[in-house]
Unconditional design. Sequence first.
Length: 512
Amino acid sequence: MDTVTKKKAYSAVVCVMLSYFLPSMTRASVGTAMPQILNDIGGLSMYWWVFDAFILSVGLVIPIFGKLSDILGRKYLYITGLSVFVVASWFGGMAQTIYWLIGASAAQGVGAGIIIAIGPAIIGDYFPPKERAKYQGLIGSVLAASSVIGPLMSGYLTDTVGWRWVFFMNIPLGLLAIFVNILFLSKYSPNIDKNAKIDYKGISTLGIMLFTMLLGFTYVSIENTWFDRKTLTLFLISSVFFIVFYHIERRQKYPVIDFNLFKNEIFSVFNILSFLMEFAMYGSFIYIPLFVQAVQGKTALNTGVILAPMMLSAILTSIISGLYFSKTGKYKAVTILGIALMAYGLYRMSYLTPTSSYSVLATDMIIIGLGMGLGLSIPYSVIQGVISKKYLGLSLSSLRFFENVGGTVGAAVIGTFVDTYYITKVNTLPKILNYVMPQQFLHWMKSPQLLMAKDRVISSAPPFARPTLESLLTKMTNWFSQSIDNAFFIAFLVMSSAVVVAIFLKRVKITD
């Protein structure tokens, strides 16, 4: 690299690191604030839609904008994503109803999806394959750091000035990121195919297919309705449009997704791993705030403190693995080790109880974090070394796409097991409760949100009823704790299957 190119390359790294910080921090922080948000604007029955609207939008735009960046260039699409994210954050902070908040979350997901899709490709434009791992490792460390800072900041802001600042804090950071990208990110992208044409038919059919599929899994995760008419209809529409999309893409000269990429074994295996790993991690870790606040009765800030050891250890191994790959070009053993560590950590977490100490939780978090860090940067660097540069944006965004689909499906599947176990246990309570308890309380019993307010519920009850009510809520807390343990055990089984898949990774020496 000459001096000018180096300056552009390092500027691109700074731009991507700053931009990636925003959606990653938001994803980590909103969950911590949600109990207080619900207390303020209501909408308990729509709780999961706030998270799933974000994931739905991210999954929808990632493959589309990954491909568009290969045709139209990266810079202005990237700044568009940041702008959408900042505006959506303002609307989120101003939300007066749960539906308003869900809409803002969906809009944030659009901006986040554009940022996530294009970021790795920007790095790939400037560095050779082996060098990319070092910088992808740095970006991985930013993702981990933001996941520590997000819950801590969210917990502090929620407990002091209010939950709205969880959204408002994105605005100055986002404006700074936009300014830095305008100033330093080059509008020239060396791997752009200017002769390619936009596949409008492919984008349209892919959009409908993804939207209906992800919406179907979202309904399942929220309402536990696998065989509901609405859910089955969405899955049927998605299947039909997948067939239409596949036939359109096979005839396109410049397809939005080139299915020939999946003939590359390394590309295919890493996409499967992305799906399985996010299935296990997102599908189970969405219950961490509920475990901390509903089962253990701690504050929002405690959630961030408990997650911090995982993210700090992930930062360490992300940087180390990036340097190791840059020096040796080897990746298989590191990938298997990382997934195995995550599987072991999830197995340990399946034995958590309401009285588990911070040291036990911190140990589990560190083990998972060490494994997570090993897998943050290497897949992106390897893919860039085995796929043609003209597919750079598409190939890298596919990893993020499979991660988001895995997270959505994981939340649906694992959520089904959690809800079924807990509700089944609640239904075993004496039927006499139906006559002595208010109907609103009986309906609330089937939601773990009741456990987050158990102290208030007990104190507001008549003195003679408090011992019985306390015993009842303790029993329900233990049931919910066990249902979350089941979530971690299912995640362990899925992560163990990812270890088996990783064994089939081909060894290819990645060189400059």
